[in-house]
Design a protein. Structure first.
Length: 155
C-alpha cells in the first residue's frame, strides 16, 4: 500500500493497521525518514517537497510492487509526505512485513534505496544562503545499484 500526503503520520499506528488480524507475519521492519537540520555544512531551516500528483503515486506503486515480486512479503507500506517540513518532521515511512525477518529487512532497504533514486519528488532546502534545490547524490545511486540483480532467494 502506498500513500502520498501532506499530513503527518504515526508510525506505531500505521504498523498496527498493517498487521491487524494477521497471523502470517513473523516480523516487521520499518524505517522513518526525518528532516535533518544540517546538509553538509549548511543549516536547514525547512525543506519543501514537491511532486506530480498521479505520477508520483504510480511510480511509488511500481516500486512497492517490485519489492513484493522480489520478496515473500505479507504486507508493505510506503507513506511519503510533501509540502513544507521542518527539522525533526517525519518525511517517509517504509514498513515491510513477512513470515521471516530476512525478507522484511531486505525489502525495506530496497524500498528506501529505490525511493531515493526513482520516486519523483523534488526537495527545496531553506538555508542561510537562500533556497536551494537538492541535487541527486552519487551515493544514493550506488546504494540503489545493489538491487539491480534479483536476490537468489526470490528467484
Amino acid at each position: 500500500m502506498i500513500r502520498v500526503q501532506r499530513e503527518d503520520f504515526d508510525p506505531g499506528r500505521e504498523i498496527a493497521r498493517l498487521t491487524e488480524g494477521r497471523r502470517d507475519i513473523g516480523g516487521v521492519v520499518s524505517f522513518v525518514g526525518l528532516v535533518r537540520d544540517m546538509a553538509g555544512d549548511a543549516k536547514i531551516g525547512a525543506m519543501t517537497l514537491e511532486h506530480y500528483p498521479g505520477m508520483t503515486e504510480k511510480q511509488l506503486a511500481a516500486i512497492d510492487a517490485e519489492a513484493n515480486r522480489r520478496w515473500p512479503l505479507a504486507a508493505s507500506l510506503v507513506i511519503h509526505r510533501y509540502g513544507r517540513l521542518e527539522p525533526g518532521d517525519r518525511i517517509v515511512l517504509v514498513a515491510t512485513a513477512s513470515p521471516h525477518r530476512d525478507a522484511a529487512f531486505d525489502a525495506s532497504r530496497f524500498l528506501i534505496d529505490w525511493l531515493k533514486t526513482r520516486a519523483p519528488f523534488w526537495k527545496l532546502e531553506e538555508t542561510p544562503r537562500g533556497a536551494e534545490w537538492v541535487e541527486a547524490k552519487a551515493s544514493d545511486d550506488i546504494a540503489a545499484a545493489r538491487w539491480r540483480k534479483k536476490p537468489d532467494a526470490a528467484e
